[in-house]
Design a binder for this molecule. Sequence first.
Ligand code: TMP
Length: 208
Amino acid sequence: MKGIFITVEGVEGCGKSTQILLLKAYLESRGREVIVTREPGGTAIAETIRSILLDPENAALSPMAEAFLYAAARAQHVDERIRPALEAGKVVLSDRFADSTTAYQGAGRQLPEETIQSLHSMATRGTWPHLTIVVDVPAEEGLKRAGHVNPPDRIEMEPIEFHRGVREAFLQIAQNDPARVHVVDGTRSVEAVAAAVRDLVEPLLGDL
Ligand code: TMP
């Protein structure tokens, strides 16, 4: 049995973390071994990098340094956690992955496309999702939901235009790569979104 790599993406507060937990339970009911992880993070070293990235005190972090830190966290995550789990035949569910760099550092911070592509190839070295689900909600709605849970981190503090650009970028990524990236409407009930997510995952299980 070979591993399956699924990533879930979207703007802040889109509901992806809830969906990942529901999907994990579903996959386990189908007899799969599942690990749930997140970016930036997923290993002790990458979680340390995460705390630098999200600390509102680090307002001076430059766009390029920010992009390198996300890529560094990803390289560690891929090497230490994702690749070994896939090699062991597990399903890896990651709350964000490389598409977040394309959306936030590419569209949001306006770093050049070639820079983003180079970072992806260095950080992932070919470990790439089989399926990516974008849970789509308007940026305003997501930020409102996220704001109910925690005080804003360094990225959430960006103006609404930044988050609108990120949302558009995720939709564009899905258009550019329709075989891998699928959009689900995240404004519906949790159960309706979960059913749409299961429908996308089902064909991957059938292949095995
Ligand atoms: P989270 O709040 O969904 O856990 O994500 C952490 C924040 O980091 C979120 O604001 C999105 C941002 N981010 C990037 O800007 N680039 C990336 O590559 C990743 C993985 C996350």
